[in-house]
Ligand binder design. Structure first.
Ligand code: ASP
Length: 365
């Protein structure tokens, strides 16, 4: 399977020589187009947005010719609206990067904004020992629209993917470049469906700010370890997100905890990791944990951290064995849990890994 995909990945790449004097190009960037608004255009007949041929992107960005880089592209077929994202697609995406890892200095992934934070999070876990930039970007307005934010996002992402200092990539991690801000991918969520400024990194500083210059913040960027890339391709989707709300009933809790084959729950709690203290609520969680389900406590807040034991309303969660998620996002928590379950972790080992930063996704207070 992997071999077939590797061959496919290589054969589908087409090259766009931006500078015709190939000898001067010592930077190679692979643009991977998965779909999403950035590459969409209005169908004149229906008025609906649909993906268009990747080649056409370059018609809209003649300025790309000013880069002295070799820019190749890989186009997924079919292109998808990222609301249709699935683990199988994540695995293909990781395989495309793996198959082309040696050949390129950096990767730009064009992706719909709706699930970009999930994809960037999961890729950060799947790509162990990543020593090259993988920069996700997209747009709120299609490239073909005059006021598009896609052109700037795309150009910034290419420049960041190509940036090196002393032959070492400046941002050798999975990031999201959006509206002049570069964020660690596994720290983001999409928080705005209207503004160009659509992504938030509520618990981690920006990796770079794009203005007249691109100002990198090296103190916040992961350092390369120069080890061999290891791509993890097993993801276990037997997980669920349970978001608390005032009035949630035992029926809802029991239905979710009773899902067949369920191995882990991301429990979205209030504030610093707080939950109701009703006797039935604690009893149901306790018996789920006794039955082998891992419960990972993540806050509903966009900033701040879970601190079990700070309030009376979280002491019992701690005592029954709920695992505190510190300041991890829900997107990153679900991605990390699928990844660790896929790697075969369970019980105390799974809890230990969930609570340790693997790719800079959480900060232990
Ligand atoms: N529905 C689109 C997607 O996520 C939205 C976007 O690209 O901004 O693919």
């Amino acid at each position: 399977m992997a071999n077939r995909l590797d061959r496919q990945a290589k054969s589908e790449i087409f090259s766009i020589s931006i500078n015709h004097n190939l000898n001067t190009m010592d930077t190679n960037i692979l643009v991977i187009y998965t779909g999403g608004t950035i590459g969409m255009i209005k169908d004149p007949k229906t008025g609906a947005l649909a993906p268009f041929n990747f080649d056409a992107l370059y018609k809209h960005i003649p300025i790309l010719e000013n880069f002295n880089y070799q820019i190749d592209s890989y186009c997924f077929d079919p292109l998808i609206d990222s609301s249709n994202m699935k683990p199988a697609f994540w695995i293909r995406l990781a395989e495309v990067i793996e198959a082309n890892y040696e050949k390129y200095d950096g990767f730009v992934v064009l992706h719909g904004t709706d699930t970009m934070a999930y994809t960037a999070s999961v890729l950060s876990f799947m790509l162990e020992n990543l020593n090259k930039p993988v920069v996700f970007t997209g747009s709120q307005l299609p490239m073909g629209v005059l006021r598009t934010d896609g052109r700037e996002n795309f150009i910034n992402a290419i420049e960041i993917a190509a940036a090196r200092e002393d032959q070492t990539p400046i941002v050798p991690e999975v990031s999201i470049c959006f509206e002049n801000r570069l964020m660690r991918g596994n720290r983001t969520n999409k928080f705005n469906a209207e503004n160009f400024n659509a992504f938030l990194s509520g618990n981690y500083p920006l990796l770079a700010q794009v203005g007249v210059h691109i100002r990198y913040n090296p103190q916040y960027i992961l350092r390369p370890n120069f080890k061999m890339l290891k791509v993890h391709k097993q993801l276990d989707p037997n997980v669920a997100i349970l978001k608390l709300f005032p009035g949630i009933t035992e029926n809802v809790i029991q239905s979710i905890l009773g899902i067949r084959d369920l191995k882990a729950i991301i429990l979205e709690t209030y504030g610093a990791g707080n939950a109701p203290t009703d006797e039935w609520f604690i009893r149901d969680l306790k018996s789920a944990i006794a039955g082998g389900i891992t419960i990972f406590n993540v806050t509903q807040c966009k900033g701040g951290s879970v601190e079990m034991g700070k309030y009376e309303t979280s002491i019992q969660l701690e005592s029954i064995g709920v695992v505190g998620g510190f300041d991890i996002t829900t997107e990153s928590a679900i991605a990390k849990t699928m990844f660790l379950l896929g790697e075969g972790y369970s019980g105390a080992e799974l809890a230990g890994k969930l609570q340790s930063p693997l790719r800079g996704e959480l900060t232990i207070e």
